[in-house]
Design a binder for this molecule. Sequence first.
Ligand SMILES: Cc1cc2nc3c(=O)[nH]c(=O)nc-3n(C[C@H](O)[C@H](O)[C@H](O)COP(=O)(O)OP(=O)(O)OC[C@H]3O[C@@H](n4cnc5c(N)ncnc54)[C@H](O)[C@@H]3O)c2cc1C
Length: 187
Amino acid sequence: MPVENLLGHEGEGFKVAMSALDNGRYTVAAGAVGLIRACLEASLYYARERKTFGVDLGRHQLVKRMIALMAQRGEMARLLVYRAGWMKNQGLRNTRETSLAKWTACDAAFEAASDAVQIHGAYGYSDEYNVERYMRNAKGAVIYEGTREVHMLMQADYALGYRSDKPLRCELPAYDAERWQAETGNW
Ligand SMILES: Cc1cc2nc3c(=O)[nH]c(=O)nc-3n(C[C@H](O)[C@H](O)[C@H](O)COP(=O)(O)OP(=O)(O)OC[C@H]3O[C@@H](n4cnc5c(N)ncnc54)[C@H](O)[C@@H]3O)c2cc1C
């Protein structure tokens, strides 16, 4: 390859490719937050409609537990995604935070989807309701953009001090609202 076609420095391609994961993983994490919300909304609707033993399904304590966990994990995942997004907007290295957001949000989405299927009973297992699709989609997100195991290992290594993030030679620039609006016409 002619030297004038070289992008960046020789030998840093792998680092550049790895840093791109911080962006793909972020979008997957954000999508998982949306999936938890969809699971919660479907479960709330069904739990108020369906009656068992003479009361709304949602009146049973163990059903409440599943609803409560969905709400709790959804907010935890949302806040971790917001933190990673805030760091990106500042132009800060965010590999650790994005990994934690991706792992947490995707695991939470799978738990939420599994519980949403459970709340819907046999209907949840069928394709008459959306929740079975949510469960399959959530499982995919636990596998791609770094499997659950990859993120667990990364987070353990950060905690143990075996891994740390240094600023990249070329970070993405901080978010500049005026420039974005001028160049795209979007608000
Ligand atoms: C729905 C879906 C969409 C996808 N889309 C894309 C895409 O667009 N582009 C793309 O490039 N790839 C895509 N993938 C592939 C995905 O990135 C890989 O499936 C993923 O990286 C895991 O690799 P693998 O399937 O080879 O599993 P393997 O590497 O065989 O691993 C199998 C399991 O063992 C675990 N494991 C493996 N090694 C270790 C270890 N050392 N320690 C602990 N656990 C370990 C893994 O975490 C995993 O759970 C997609 C996958 C799915 C399910």
